[in-house]
Every structure is written in C-alpha cells, then in structure tokens.
Ligand binder design. Structure first.
Ligand code: FES
Length: 68
C-alpha cells in the first residue's frame, strides 16, 4: 500500500528501511525524500510519526525472525 503518493513510497519501503536500522524521523524523511519541499505536498512530513511506526515495526519483525 502506498503511504506517499508524491514519492511513490510503499509501506514495504518504510519497513525495509526500519530493518536496515533507519527509524530516526529526520533520517527517514531525508532518505525517503519527503522533506523535499519543492516536489512534495508536505503531508508526509507532518505525519512522520506514522513512518517511524512502520519502520519500527519492520525492525521488530527483523529481530524476531533471527534464529539463535
Ligand atoms: S503524499 Fe507524501 S509528501 Fe505528498
């Protein structure tokens, strides 16, 4: 499912970043390009908490799938 129409970002994209350890709001925004004021509507930057939640969810899934 798309979470950002301006940049064509999906939930999977955000979870993938989370699995790579990217969960900081500023880093997520810059990595995904949603802090691009000229080419984005700005909605996703105000909803960055939702992106952090998705990234963190991806991170948790990654760790829980590691077998010891
Ligand atoms: S829909 Fe994501 S910045 Fe516009």
């Amino acid at each position: 499912m798309y979470v950002c129409v301006c940049k064509g970002i999906t939930e999977s994209d955000v979870r993938r970043l989370g699995r790579a350890g990217v969960t900081c709001p500023k880093t997520l925004a810059s990595t995904l390009g949603i802090d691009d004021e000229e080419n984005c509507c700005g909605r996703c930057l105000t909803d960055i908490g939702d992106f952090v939640a998705l990234a963190t969810e991806g991170q948790v899934r990654h760790h829980s799938s590691v077998k010891t």
